[in-house]
Design a protein around this ligand. Structure first.
Ligand code: GTP
Ligand code: MG
Length: 321
């Protein structure tokens, strides 16, 4: 009902809302083929072993970027399909303005109400919609892989801002050191450098040299520096370290003032988005033909799009139109 926005779905969401707010929303984002689904599959296993209920929302798996990976996502996670403690849902609502993100936000709420301890949201890190979905997560891991030459690209797309943990996957491949270095350089440029060597050494002592985060899992006061964790999802290596960093991030969120501020901001964003959608729906319903007319006028250059927009807004606000 919620995904298809069938009549009555808002009532369902209203009824469910009091039951939400308990789940931990974890974003898994990154370029197509970086290994997000394989990694998610490993995280599901890890959290299921801790008796957590896990839900997965795979957003837009049919995008042209990932080339119909809906099947890929299912294959990578298929071992969990008949586990009643796991719920996996793909969302591919493209087309309608903002349709993708608003469906995804609502589906996450439904799964939160279902009692998911963790809701993992897998998105391909391209496009505004995906970034919007990522913003809804409490903790986000950005999955990078060596040799994709995409790190700078990712920074441009705003990925850096939403990364709480970097997972450098496919660490069995050549070029992993360069990818880690690039990311660390980006983090250092983007944030104040903190002296991390002490903590790094401690992690290396605890976990061995294999897959330790290259930066410490932890925030100092109001600052969180995203750790970079190497992993090999196909071999289940580095996954528990990655999960530890995510948990550390969650704890930091709870303890710091940033966490509360983020919750406020996220709610504000969601309400504003909902208002934008609702207003646009109402306008389309009330003055749909006028909008079509304005599009035609702009197309034939009789009017500029700015004035057209002003006139449409004025027409929509006119009482008793
Ligand atoms: N060598 C190597 N291959 C991996 C690793 N993790 C995943 N892969 C492979 O990379 C390919 C893509 O993995 P997926 O998990 O589907 O990647 P994804 O990011 O979910 O892809 P999309 O959903 O299509 O964007 C698959 O063939 C995986 O087996 C890894 O650690 N090392
Ligand atoms: Mg995938």
């Amino acid at each position: 009902m919620v995904d298809d926005r069938i009549d009555g779905h808002l009532d369902v969401l209203k009824d469910l809302y009091p039951h939400t707010g308990r789940g931990w929303i974890v974003g898994v984002t990154g370029n197509p083929g970086a290994g997000k689904s394989t990694l998610t599959d490993r995280l599901i296993t890890l959290w299921r072993n801790e008796q957590k209920r896990v839900a997965v929302v795979a957003v837009d798996p049919t995008s042209p970027y990932s080339g119909g990976a809906i099947l890929g996502d299912r294959i990578r996670m298929q071992r969990h399909f008949d586990d009643p403690g796991v719920f996996i849902r793909s969302v591919a609502t493209r087309g309608a303005l903002g349709g993708l993100s608003r469906s995804a936000v609502d589906i996450v709420r439904v799964l939160d109400a279902w009692g998911a301890d963790v809701v993992i949201v897998e998105t391909v890190g391209v496009g505004q919609d995906e970034l919007e979905v990522t913003r809804m997560a409490h903790s986000t891991v950005v999955v990078a892989a060596p040799g994709m030459g995409d790190d700078v690209q990712a920074a441009k797309a705003g990925i850096l801002e939403c990364a709480d943990v970097f997972g450098v996957n496919k660490a069995d491949r050549e070029g992993v050191d360069a990818t880690v270095r690039d990311l660390e350089l980006m983090i250092a440029l983007g944030r104040k450098m903190i002296d991390s060597r002490g903590a790094q050494q401690r992690l290396a002592d605890e976990h061995g040299a294999a897959a330790q985060p290259t930066t410490p899992c932890g925030g100092a006061g109001d600052e969180w520096v995203p750790p970079v964790v190497r992993c090999i999802a196909t071999r289940n290596e580095g996954i528990s370290q990655l999960a530890e960093c995510l948990v550390a991030h969650r704890q930091w969120l709870t303890a710091s003032r940033v966490g509360a501020a983020r919750v406020q901001q996220r709610l504000g964003d969601q309400i504003r988005n909902q208002m934008r959608d609702a207003l646009l729906d109402a306008a389309t319903r009330d003055i749909g033909p006028l909008i079509d007319g304005a599009v035609a006028s702009v197309a034939s250059r009789q009017i500029d799009p700015y004035s057209a927009c002003e006139q449409l807004v004025a027409a929509f606000r006119r009482p008793g139109r």
